[in-house]
Design a protein around this ligand. Structure first.
Ligand code: G6P
Length: 609
């Protein structure tokens, strides 16, 4: 959510900042801006819309070269997308410029104080107070002024600050919103995530909360808020830069959908224990006694990760006999949850930075629960603070609508359930078949991808429909929720997921001939009852699209719009059915000409509550 990139070094920073912003654009894209220092003066450029608008503004202006600058791409929280609200924000005397990710909760009080002191505000944002505060506190030492300013802020922030009188440094601060610093020869790059850094260097420092970094072209010094120097390790990140390219696909989302056989293959590789018919998952760091001591699992997550968690609940209960609850992370953190040392609180997050999921993790730890995380982004805050967990190895996910992270999350949850199951009640023989099925997931996904042309045709036929229901039972119920989320995220159609049995308790009142119902009716438990619900929809003249098991003749008479997934065990169906639904959502959005990778109003990583 919002992207920060900043550069100090021997090169001209402007093109580097623009390309960094383009890499970060998936985090927010309603406006963007750059501020840089040239001859002891700060120049700033801002544009509403995508980074390409900022780029053409800069191309038209006679901008001077600069070796130090900060930049930002915004996802609006306070104030509409506008040039004035775009970052960087400058102080009244224009000697300080700030880019900010996060939310300053006490900005109103700070703003009225600062206005009383004569500060002239240009924007409606919460962030602008930071620039004015620094100006007020500045006494010839930028680091000291920033340190004093952040002590007055309540909320979450990742910051990069420049001062025209101190062009040899950028000051970066982290509190609740990630900041990573890339170190290269004669240059340093600060960013809110690795995607803006890895093309320059693989040597990085992840800041911890309350770290203040003084970044020059040749050095990074970190202090705490009491001005005491602290050391942070330099990590070498193993990130394939080409993974963040579209590689000939029209959209990142389509590329990521088609990458799923490989991504899930990577998530599974080396993690199945064929000797014991179990799963290894060494990052979980749990021996057999730990596995049997856990009495309850609470999964806390948001968005697509929450839907993956719902499937995880079925796996853990069904296979391992473990009481499992799934909670929206924001609800968990404020609800005074009942946890104890025999509870495992499992946080699922692709980015590992989602504010509510991180807060849920901290709350669970504080209440004495055991914790673990399933994350994709290596080195992310949730992965570091949980101390144990499972990485997805899905590679960078750039499309805002999550696809490959979801199928990897579900695959990892299935392996985790297998590990618990083997310790608790599953026999060696019970597990053999499941292991076989897990290994075949990439193949099963491939079979769904081969249906893409057929799914595209169905999507084209129904792309005009503005209301959609998705229904399912058992393992296909969470799929209905995820399918509806995917469709609404990228096509802006109204879509809701329901348990198939729930439709008649109200929602069915909405159905008519223009309101498609997508029934998830693969040939596993619950199919026959879902057929009854399909009949009910047809009786209300609603068109029905059915996702069925390949070769299942019993459903053909209900619809011309049949989407087929391969026959597999019930544990695999939520994965294959979801891939089919991702394609359906993608092609509906494409037919409507929507901006699939950067849907309006959304952001990839939500670092505010
Ligand atoms: C945002 C994204 C969703 C994502 C959710 C949770 O809303 O747009 O795609 O599912 O955050 O993100 P996380 O990184 O915690 O999985």
């Amino acid at each position: 959510m919002c992207g920060i990139v900043a550069y100090i070094g021997s090169k001209n920073c402007i093109p580097l900042l623009i390309s960094g912003l383009q890499r970060l654009e998936y985090r927010g894209y309603d406006s963007s801006g750059i501020a840089c220092i040239h001859k002891s003066t700060i120049s700033d450029y801002k544009a509403v819309g995508k980074v390409k608008e900022l780029n053409s503004l800069i191309e038209k202006s006679s901008i001077d070269e600069s070796q130090v600058g900060i930049a930002h791409t915004r996802w609006a929280t306070h104030g509409l997308p506008s040039e004035a609200n775009a970052h960087p924000h400058l102080s009244t005397n224009r000697k300080f410029a700030v880019v900010h990710n996060g939310i300053i909760e006490n900005y109103k009080a700070l703003k009225s104080n600062l206005e009383a002191k004569g500060c002239k505000f240009q924007s409606e944002t919460d962030s602008e107070v930071i620039a004015h505060l620094i100006e007020q506190l500045y006494d010839g030492d930028l680091v000291a002024a920033v340190a004093s300013a952040v002590k007055m802020l309540v909320g979450a922030y990742g910051l990069a600050v420049i001062a025209s009188d101190e062009p040899d440094k950028i000051v970066a601060v982290r509190n609740g919103s990630p900041i990573v610093i890339g170190i290269s020869e004669n240059e340093s790059i600060i960013a809110s995530d690795l995607s803006a850094i890895v093309s320059h260097t693989k040597q990085v420092i992840f800041l911890n909360d309350n770290d203040i970094a003084i970044v020059t072209a040749s050095n990074v010094e970190i202090r705490n808020q009491e001005n005491v120097p602290i050391s942070r390790e330099i990590d070498t990140v193993d990130w394939d830069f080409s993974a963040a390219e579209k590689s000939g696909y029209e959209h990142f989302m389509l590329k990521e959908i088609f990458e799923q056989p490989e991504a899930v293959g990577n998530a599974i590789r080396g993690r199945l224990d064929h000797v014991n018919n179990s799963a290894l998952l060494s990052g979980l760091n749990m021996d057999a006694q730990d596995l049997v001591t856990i009495k309850r699992i609470i999964i806390a997550a948001c968005g697509t990760s929450l839907n993956a968690g719902l499937i995880g609940e079925y796996y853990l209960e069904d296979l391992a006999g473990l009481v499992t609850e799934v909670e929206q992370a924001a609800e968990f953190r404020y609800r005074n949850p009942l946890v104890d040392a025999e509870t495992l609180c499992l946080i699922i997050s692709q980015s590992g930075e989602t504010a509510d999921s991180l807060a849920a993790l901290r709350e669970a730890k504080l209440k004495g629960s055991q914790v673990a995380a399933i994350c994709n982004v290596v080195g992310s805050t949730i992965s570091r603070e949980s101390g144990r967990g499972i990485y997805l190895h899905a590679g960078p996910e750039i499309g805002v609508a999550s696809t490959k992270a979801f199928t990897c999350q579900v695959s990892v949850l299935l392996m985790m359930a297998l590990k618990f199951a083997r310790a608790r009640r599953y026999t060696y023989t019970d597990a053999a078949e499941l292991i076989n099925e897990i290994e075949k997931i990439p193949e099963y996904i491939d079979a769904v991808l081969k249906q893409s042309k057929k799914i595209e045709k169905i999507a084209k036929r129904w792309a005009h429909a503005t209301n959609w229901f998705f229904i399912g039972r058992g393992y296909q119920y969470p799929v209905a929720l995820e399918a509806a989320l995917k469709l609404k995220e990228i096509s802006y159609h109204h879509a809701e997921g329901y348990h198939a049995a729930e439709l008649k308790h109200g929602p069915i009142a909405l159905l008519d001939e223009n309101f498609p119902v997508v029934a998830l009716a693969a040939d596993i438990d619950g199919k026959d009852k879902t057929i009854g619900n399909i009949e009910e929809c047809l009786a209300r003249k609603a068109p029905v699209i059915i996702c069925a098991t390949q070769g299942d003749k019993s459903l053909a008479s209900y619809t011309k719009d049949l989407i087929e997934i391969p026959a597999s065990s019930k544990y695999i169906v939520p994965i294959t059915a979801t891939v089919a639904m991702q394609l359906l959502a993608y092609y509906v959005a494409k037919e409507r000409g929507e901006d699939i990778d950067q849907p309006r109003n959304l952001a990839k990583s939500v670092t505010v509550e």
